[in-house]
Design a protein around this ligand. Structure first.
Ligand SMILES: [Fe+2]
Length: 479
């Protein structure tokens, strides 16, 4: 029988592993779901099938569980399934965890030495006719978009040399190209980064390697119509620390933040490096090029949001002491020097998103999630151990904000944007709202332009849904 999970923040309360694979046909909906919304929202959640081998581990180490909400003519059908990675299958056969600490193979059971460690738990993307589940420490896993069955590890038919693929590829909606990178591309703790492009058919057409100043947690990057920007934040990996059984990542503010900026279709040797004080960003809202100036909009924080990364670097503070902001960083390629211009845009938050049509170009509207203590006390959920309790729409040109709090005893998971076919309509946002007082969940659908009016439809899920990471919307016609 399975042993109990640890009693640490990443495993208790709403963070308790769910391990439930299920299907609910035709969710009960309060309100009215517009019939024009047809497609599937895929969402990934880390959900460990067994308690950690070493007694403790972190949230983001959990096995990937894929959720699908299929919207069809005013109805929503729900399904969630484990992704059966090599790691999942080996542990399922053994009946216990075999892999040790997050991204530290030196802590694994000897029986899995050299076996795949990927858990495919971060971002589902649909590109080139394939549904891929991504996790930045390994290659993608391909899934059947209808049944959610795991089809196998995906390496672009043997072409991808990088050992890793980011969970934040960037789609050019005009060309259909997928821009992505892999860091630690050449192996654990290396400075190797692979810059890659897949064409609209999902074929790898570019892979060029370069080195970053130090091995860094490069979670996301930015691609504009003309440039690619690679951020290097001072969360570092050290091979000796790994061999000693330590954390893959540690916050190291003795290092600077670096940004590599290159022409997106140019050579990696043309990378120009900019520098800034130490800070951290998991996610970028968007970016675009305006003449010689490259703008990058970021969910900035002064230190990393994950406690295990701060603490490995000796910083022991609660999440209430982290300072954040939505900021714009501008790199002026016509000027000499390596400094970055910074412009504040909005209040702190994360999980930013724009409409697909606005990716890579000058844009007016963004959406992101926030935790605001004015809306309620912090609730432990997700890897940062504080759930979001509001979603915000920002008009970038004027700074106008519209915020929808989700309730003092509720939290919200990442939203997706769903385009409308109606002219002049800004589309919809859909997101899971965790109802902690009932231990259940709802999917809220709101009109993006009228966030303040609240949900137009609330789909009921009679289950606790462990906090997911990222999701993506795939229109029915694309599937
Ligand atoms: Fe992410």
């Amino acid at each position: 029988m399975a042993a109990p999970f640890p009693s640490s923040l990443d495993f208790i309360g709403h963070n308790m592993p769910s391990r439930i694979e299920c299907e609910i046909h035709d969710l009960v909906i309060e309100g009215r779901l517009p019939e024009e919304i047809n497609g599937t929202w895929f969402h990934l959640v880390p959900d460990p099938q067994f308690p950690p081998l070493l007694g403790e581990d972190v949230y983001i180490s959990g096995d990937g569980m894929i959720r699908a909400f299929r919207f069809e003519s005013g109805r929503i059908h729900f399904r969630q399934r484990y992704i059966q990675t090599e790691r999942w299958k080996l542990e399922r056969a053994a009946g216990r965890a075999l892999y040790g600490l997050y991204r530290n193979p030196f802590t694994d059971d000897p029986s899995v030495r050299g076996k795949g460690r990927g858990v495919a738990n971060t971002t589902p993307i649909f590109h080139g006719g394939r549904l891929l589940a991504l996790k930045e420490d390994s290659r993608a896993w391909e899934l059947d978009p209808r049944t959610l069955e795991t089809l196998g590890e995906f390496d672009y038919n043997g072409k991808l040399r990088s050992q890793t693929m980011t969970a934040h590829p960037r789609l050019d909606p005009e060309t259909g190209e997928l821009y992505f990178f892999g860091y630690e591309a050449g192996g654990l703790a290396t400075r190797d980064v692979a810059y890659c492009v897949a064409n609209r058919d999902g074929e790898l057409v570019r892979e060029d390697w370069f080195q970053v100043p130090y091995c860094s947690l490069m979670h996301d990057f930015i691609v504009t119509k003309e440039h690619a920007v690679f951020p290097v934040f001072p969360v570092t990996c050290d091979l000796e620390r790994l061999k000693a059984g330590g954390s893959h990542w540690a916050w190291d503010p003795s290092k600077e933040t670096w940004f590599g900026v290159m022409p997106r279709d140019g050579k990696v040797s043309d990378m120009r490096w900019f520098r800034a004080p130490p800070c951290f960003v998991f996610h970028f809202l968007n970016g675009y090029t305006e003449g010689s100036r490259v703008h990058v909009d970021a969910c900035y924080s002064d230190v990393p949001a994950f406690a295990f990364i701060r603490e490995a670097g000796g910083l022991h503070i609660g999440p209430d002491r982290i300072r954040g902001q939505l900021v714009r960083w501008t790199f002026d390629l016509s000027k000499p020097g390596d400094r970055v211009e910074e412009t504040p845009l909005g209040p702190p938050g994360d999980m930013p998103r724009v409409a697909d049509k606005d990716l890579m170009v000058d844009y007016e509207i963004g959406y992101y999630m926030n935790y605001n203590p004015e809306f309620g006390p912090p609730i432990n959920t997700g890897p940062a151990n504080v759930g979001f309790n509001a979603v915000t729409r920002i008009e970038l040109k004027t700074g106008k904000l519209t915020t929808l709090p989700v309730g003092a005893t509720n939290t919200a998971q990442e939203h997706v944007h769903i385009a409308s076919k109606q002219p002049g309509h800004e589309g919809y946002l859909a997101f899971i709202v965790d109802r902690h007082d009932e231990n259940q969940a709802e999917v809220w659908v709101v009109e993006a332009q009228h966030l303040d009016r609240g949900p137009i439809a609330r789909a009921k899920i009679p289950l606790r849904l462990r906090c997911g990471v990222h999701g993506n919307w795939v229109p029915a016609e694309a599937l």
